[in-house]
Design a protein around this ligand. Structure first.
Ligand code: GDP
Length: 297
């Protein structure tokens, strides 16, 4: 991913690396290129502008270190600013600070990868964190979605709440929390219904269930391939539910990376996980350092 951005920045910094001394005009020229590269990567314009302003401020104020060339120093400043833009450090871990079971509510548009991500996270918590996890689908409008979660649960060997036809999403959520308590589960993952676009009914339903279950984490799943739309989707969900983190899927097919770069800056919501493929274990925690390194190449 990020190939175009990485290549582009690579060329810019290649020019700078060759220089012994760096003049303001070189910095300005480099930053113009960085700005174009960010916009081409579908980063929101105000975010790109803000980013450039920050880098410029730091570059001009910085003392030139003896050990590096001025060009290397600008690269470092851009790198650090990228890390900040991507969310800094130490925010990717999930919180379990509640009386078990901790509810994790998954929200997002249909097709964003919500059900797959629910199972991926459940598997990860069970395997790596040794948590006992129960999953429940609240998608009463699409029985196929409920069955899909059940099948994923069988594959991942994660328990799913038995399906009872005719229950409302709210009833299922209550039953899941009850079963979680009685069964000694650490975590109950609630996979809510998605829609093709945001509608009032979806938002009201999700907000109601959120209030009723009081999840410790509300994770919004967005598709990286939808670029700035993913960021707008996040803003809309954030207005109605307390989103604690973002799961960005299909990072494996995202060559531009604009959604990842804008998400935190626009919505304030940290990306906690990235989906890197269709397989049940194709999930990574989001590491701003690693991502910035990858962008700069
Ligand atoms: P939902 O409607 O939001 O629940 O979406 P699904 O979980 O059913 O996912 C829709 C499709 O996207 C499925 O075919 C998934 O295998 C696929 N998918 C989900 N996450 C990823 C990912 O990170 N990378 C890729 N390549 N495919 C994914």
């Amino acid at each position: 991913m990020f190939e175009s951005l990485s290549d582009r920045l690579g060329n810019v910094f290649e020019k700078l690396r060759g220089k012994g001394a760096l003049e303001e005009k070189d910095v300005n020229e480099a930053l113009r290129e960085v700005r174009v590269a960010l916009l081409e990567a579908d980063v929101a314009l105000p975010v790109a502008k803000d980013f450039i302003a920050k880098v410029k401020e730091r570059a001009i104020g910085a003392e030139v270190l003896r050990s590096v060339t001025p060009g290397q120093q600008v690269v470092k400043i851009v790198h650090d600013a990228l890390v900040d833009m991507l969310g800094g450090e130490g925010e990717t871990s999930l919180s379990f600070a509640t009386t078990p079971p901790a509810a994790i509510m998954m929200v997002g548009l249909q097709g964003s990868g919500k059900t797959t991500s629910t199972a991926k996270i459940a598997l990860r918590l069970q395997k790596r964190k040794k948590k006992k996890v129960l999953m429940a689908s609240l998608d009463t409008r699409r029985p196929a979605a409920m069955e899909q979660l059940q099948i994923l649960g069988e594959q991942a060997e994660v328990k799913t709440l038995p399906i009872i036809a005719g229950q409302s999403p709210r009833d299922i959520a209550n039953r899941a929390m009850e079963a979680g308590k009685l069964g000694g589960f650490d975590v109950v993952m609630l996979d809510t219904a998605g829609r093709l676009s945001i509608d009032e009914q979806l938002m009201t339903e999700i907000a109601d269930i959120n209030k009723a279950t009081n999840p410790i984490e509300t994770l919004l799943v967005v598709d990286a391939l939808t670029g700035q739309d993913a960021v707008q989707t996040a803003e809309k969900f954030k207005q109605r539910v307390p989103v604690t983190g973002v799961v960005m899927t299909r990072i494996d097919g995202d060559a531009r990376g604009g959604a990842a770069l804008s998400m935190r800056a626009v919505t304030g919501a940290p990306i906690k996980f990235v989906g890197v493929g269709e397989k049940i274990d194709a999930l990574d925690t989001f590491e701003p350092e690693r991502m910035a390194g990858r962008i700069l190449g």
